[in-house]
Write a protein that binds this ligand. Structure first.
Ligand code: FAD
Ligand code: UQ1
Length: 417
């Protein structure tokens, strides 16, 4: 059995950032990353791939190029966690011991929880999903093939990553339908398992205006349970009347799948009842095992799951895990910061930023509840650079410091309109 001072499970957004930070502290040979995938994807760009603005290869880099050179890369899946004996077992049967463990395994897409999926992706090219690398490339062609009828966009009844993404692609598609002169012959529907359009009042109000002005129909408490590709029918359960089904005809269907933590994690001893790694929401330390921390989509911190949240968490985790390693007191506290750039058209974006209390926590000295081209440029041009160059190298802890700087010399409280 090989032993490391620190083992990081997952080489995604959070895993790379944490590994980079700690290999600087602990030195070469002391940090290992367990990660099975050969490719690292910048998932926030999938929205723009589906919208025909970027390509899948724009989002991809070889895993080797993003993992810190001084870390050992264990190229396999973690399949078993033994927190008592401080080791992780991989799919290839290797046992990896650790003093400290950081879990950063993200979320698993559960298309198979919907009857008729994933088969419908192969049977009907008008069934697509931005969430999966195999299907994100089909979204734009499906939009361009659409000649009218119902275009349905779904939101599942589980926590998901980037809760704004299911509607961002709808806005991009609706705009293309107008360009293609098919909008008058079509209905654009957002069938969501939720009861609100967005969890933060300020941005929900902004989005409702977009929805009204663009004549989009929202059906709340509708959960996709089946896709009948041969009939082009999508079956939704009415969550207000459990067991009652409603069938919608579709001519294009964008599916956001139910999600959970990966099976290997969900069935382990380090998760809560919902399957998320059970952490203290302020410190990100495990609630039972002080030498375990978790970052990002797979942890139990009750915030909206985004790369922006991962960035903010990475700074908190760095300080607190360092304190634990050095025998000091944990001093950093995560406020739940998360951000969702709500792209509403090619060139416009509402930049939502908020905390655990669903209160806006905006970085820029403008009203971010408005659709802005500056925020679109930030999302499309600046964010990718920031992600690849700073965040994955452990140099981006979110915009918290800049937010505080922007406020200096300005009014202490931002006017809300
Ligand atoms: P991930 O980055 O998903 O990484 C998880 C890693 O764990 C993966 O590399 C995976 O291979 C690995 N793994 C899985 N199972 C195992 C195992 N058993 N053993 C070892 N490794 C394993 N965020 C934003 O901030 N802004 C946006 O605009 C935005 N838009 C999005 C749009 C879409 C369509 C999607 C899909 C996501 C979007 N996100 C956005 C969310 C963002 O991509 C995620 O929140 C972020 O990547 C989470 O980081 P993570 O490290 O927790 O997980
Ligand atoms: C962010 O930090 C981040 O992670 C790198 C994202 O993911 C790509 C984001 O989309 C956003 C909006 C942020 C927040 C950063 C700023 C400058 C507001």
């Amino acid at each position: 059995q090989k032993n490391y001072k620190l083992v990081v499970v997952g080489g995604g957004a959070g895993g790379c950032a944490v590994a980079a930070k700690f290999v600087r502290k602990l030195g070469a040979g002391n940090v290992a990353v367990i990660e099975p995938s050969q490719t690292h994807y910048y998932q926030p760009m999938f929205t723009l791939v589906g919208g025909g603005i970027k390509t899948l290869s724009d989002t991809a880099r070889p895993m080797k190029s993003v993992l810190p050179a001084k870390c050992d890369w264990i190229e396999s899946k973690a399949v078993q966690f033994d927190p008592v004996n401080q080791k992780v077992t991989t799919a290839s049967g290797e046992e990896v011991g650790y003093d400290y463990l950081v879990v950063a395994m993200g979320l698993q897409l559960n298309f198979n929880k919907i009857k008729g999926l994933p088969e419908a992706f192969d049977l009907d090219p008008q069934v697509v999903s931005n969430y999966w690398t195999k299907t994100v490339v089909n979204t734009y062609p499906a939009i361009q093939r659409f000649k009218g009828g119902n275009a349905i966009f779904t939101f599942p009844n589980t926590p998901i990553k980037c809760a704004g993404a299911p509607q961002k692609i709808m806005y991009l598609a609706e705009e293309l339908f107008r360009k293609n002169n098919t909008r008058n012959d079509s209905e654009v529907l957002f069938n969501t398992a939720l009861g609100v359009i967005f969890g933060v009042k300020k941005y929900a109000e902004s989005l409702q205006k977009v929805i009204d002005s663009r004549n989009i129909k929202v059906n709340y408490k509708r959960n996709l349970v089946e896709v009948r590709a041969s009939e082009r029918e999508a079956v939704f359960e009415n969550l207000d009347k459990p067991g009652e089904m409603e069938v919608f005809k579709y001519d294009m269907l964008h599916v956001t799948p139910p999600m959970s933590t990966p099976d290997e994690l969900r069935t382990s001893d380090i998760v809560n009842e919902a399957g998320f790694v059970s952490v203290n929401k302020d410190t990100l330390q495990h609630t039972s095992f002080p030498n375990i921390f978790a970052i990002g989509d797979c942890n139990s911190a009750p915030t909206s799951k985004t790369a922006a949240a991962v960035a903010a968490q990475s700074g908190v985790l760095e300080r607190n895990l360092s304190a634990v390693m050095d025998g000091g007191k944990q001093s950093a506290k995560y406020d739940g910061y998360t951000s969702c750039p709500l792209v509403t058209s090619r060139g416009k974006c509402i930049l939502a930023e908020f905390d655990y209390d669903a209160q806006p926590l905006e970085t820029f000295p403008v009203n971010q509840g408005k659709e802005r081209s500056s925020m679109y440029q930030m999302k499309a041009k600046i964010m990718p650079e920031l992600y690849w160059k700073l965040m994955l190298n452990g140099y981006w802890n979110g915009p918290g410091v800049y937010r505080k700087m922007m406020r200096l010399g300005m009014s202490p409280r931002k006017p809300s309109a």
